[in-house]
Design a protein around this ligand. Structure first.
Ligand SMILES: *Cc1c(COP(=O)(O)O)cnc(C)c1O
Ligand SMILES: [Zn+2]
Length: 468
């Protein structure tokens, strides 16, 4: 470390001191509400809520450069509560104590330079931020870490009799919710997840079951499950763990903080490519970059490129036409993003209008493009799920039709782990995706095990090995 840097360090708040004045704030009527209530929509007008720190401006006593130093230096500390997303505690939930933080290993996921051949195939160099390397193997852990840390604090302060944590899910929210809830005292909180029957992968289904949650499967798609938990959250005492709960969003901002940090805080010429389902992730990412800009930690907001499957593309349609209409989804291999009426859409339209009007694009791509790109990426040293494949294929499509110009830095969010979606790879290799998804298997991407006898020479003959 250089001496100037060390000198600048001396007075920095390496341990968080700011506790803020954190409240819910309605995105429509702007009324605010105290955080010690469990709210998911505005009691006055029914709109979505955000988490705001009314003392945010106190953070401006440090310069952007000082904040960059604080966050960079904190990475080298071994302080309980600051290891994961709460490294950025002042920008997530400043009011809870470090002892309340539930850390299961989330955050600080690797940003991997795209393999050369893959970059040539896509048409531009890019990076893949592998959020599959979170504890339950998706980015949803970021939002669960904040929501469950809040709940941990809430239980300690309010000592409620018993709470029921509940969510609807396309698979990964339930895996994350069940995992984080299972870490809390069993007499304080129980865990229930609602899944659309047959619309989550076997791996995803095994996760909440393994964590001991009550797993309820209902007919229909995610949107149908969401209506049920919304009704439950309005009418019963439950803690809603969908991204409609802004306590999830504040943790998911950490993706933006990490991207900025991994780009050495230079985001002006960056484009972050995000698959969009319920639109919680893209909301959080935009909000995170806005926080950084407000504190001078970054000079300029990056561009955001949303990607959707043509089979679930309400945001891409809105971006193209200016009109928002929910769509009826049809089966998509990007199943975790297969949502026709994204709950956080009002936040997206507000954030785009106010901050990202010249910095937000959204493209829709085919199932074929998604599958081919997932397999191609994984053949080049990456570990991406169908949604990660969707992000990369979206970048390729956006380049091809001039939506992005190929200058600058591109970061694709691979939102979960490849293995959660192994069934789609299997289906592609077996040629069975054609009927439901319209995906035709390309022979050059198909791979199957070879059954041989357990004899070395026969295996050598099969491999055409040269004798020495
Ligand atoms: C949830 C999820 C998405 C979609 O994120 P939203 O916040 O719902 O837009 C994308 N990919 C994976 C793997 C997911 O689990
Ligand atoms: Zn309101």
């Amino acid at each position: 470390m250089n001496p100037e840097k060390l000198a600048r360090m001396v007075d920095l708040p390496l341990l968080p001191g700011h506790s803020g004045e954190v409240r819910y704030k309605c995105i429509s009527c702007a009324n605010t509400f105290e955080l010690q209530r469990l709210l998911y929509t505005c009691p006055d007008c029914g709109s979505l809520l955000r988490i705001v720190d009314e003392a945010f401006d106190e953070l401006k006593t440090l310069s952007g450069e000082q904040w960059r130093d604080v966050f960079d230096l904190r990475k080298s500390l071994q302080v309980k509560g600051l290891q994961g997303i709460f490294l950025f505690k002042e920008l997530i939930l400043p009011q809870i104590s470090l002892d309340d933080v539930v850390y299961l290993g989330e955050g600080h996921t690797p940003m991997v330079e795209a393999n050369h051949e893959l970059a040539a195939h896509v048409g531009v160099g890019f990076k893949v931020k592998n959020d599959g390397q979170n504890p339950s193997a998706s980015f949803k852990d970021r939002g669960m870490a904040s929501a469950i840390s809040f709940l941990n604090n809430y239980i300690r302060v309010n000592k409620p009799e018993s709470l029921l944590g509940i969510c609807a899910s396309t698979g990964d929210t339930s895996a994350a919710a069940a995992l984080y809830l299972s870490y809390l005292p069993k007499d304080a909180v129980k865990s229930v997840v609602l899944l659309p029957r047959g619309r989550v992968t076997p791996q995803q289904l095994s996760q909440p079951l393994g964590s001991g949650a009550t797993v309820i499967e209902v007919p229909g798609v995610f949107d149908d499950c969401m209506k049920i938990v919304e009704h439950l959250a309005e009418n019963y005492e439950v803690f809603l763990l969908n991204s409609k709960n802004p306590l999830r969003i504040c943790g998911q901002k950490s993706f933006a903080f990490e991207v900025a940090q991994q780009l050495e805080w230079k985001t002006a010429d960056a484009t972050v490519v995000v698959p969009i389902g319920n639109a919680g992730n893209v909301t959080a990412i935009m909000e995170g970059f806005i926080d950084l800009k407000n504190l001078g930690i970054i000079e300029e907001l990056p561009h955001i490129l949303g990607v959707q499957s043509m089979r679930a593309d309400p945001v891409a349609r809105w971006k193209a036409s200016g009109d928002y209409k929910p769509v009826t989804v049809t089966p998509s291999v990007a199943q975790a993003a297969m949502i026709g009426n994204p709950v956080s859409f009002p936040k997206v339209s507000g954030l785009v209008g106010e901050h990202f009007s010249d910095r937000f694009e959204c493209v829709a791509i085919s199932e074929q493009e998604i599958m081919d790109m997932m397999l191609t990426a994984n053949r080049h040293g990456h570990v991406v799920c169908t949604q990660g494949g969707e992000a990369i294929a979206g970048l390729k499509a956006a380049l091809a039709n001039g939506v992005v110009d190929g200058k600058g830095v591109y970061v694709c969010d691979s939102t979960s782990h490849q293995l959660k979606f192994a069934g789609f790879q299997e289906g592609y290799f077996a040629g069975s995706l054609e009927e439901e998804y319209g995906v035709v298997s390309k022979p050059e991407l198909v791979n199957k095990p070879v059954a041989l006898e357990g004899e070395a020479d026969k295996i050598a003959a099969h491999l055409n090995l040269k004798r020495r």
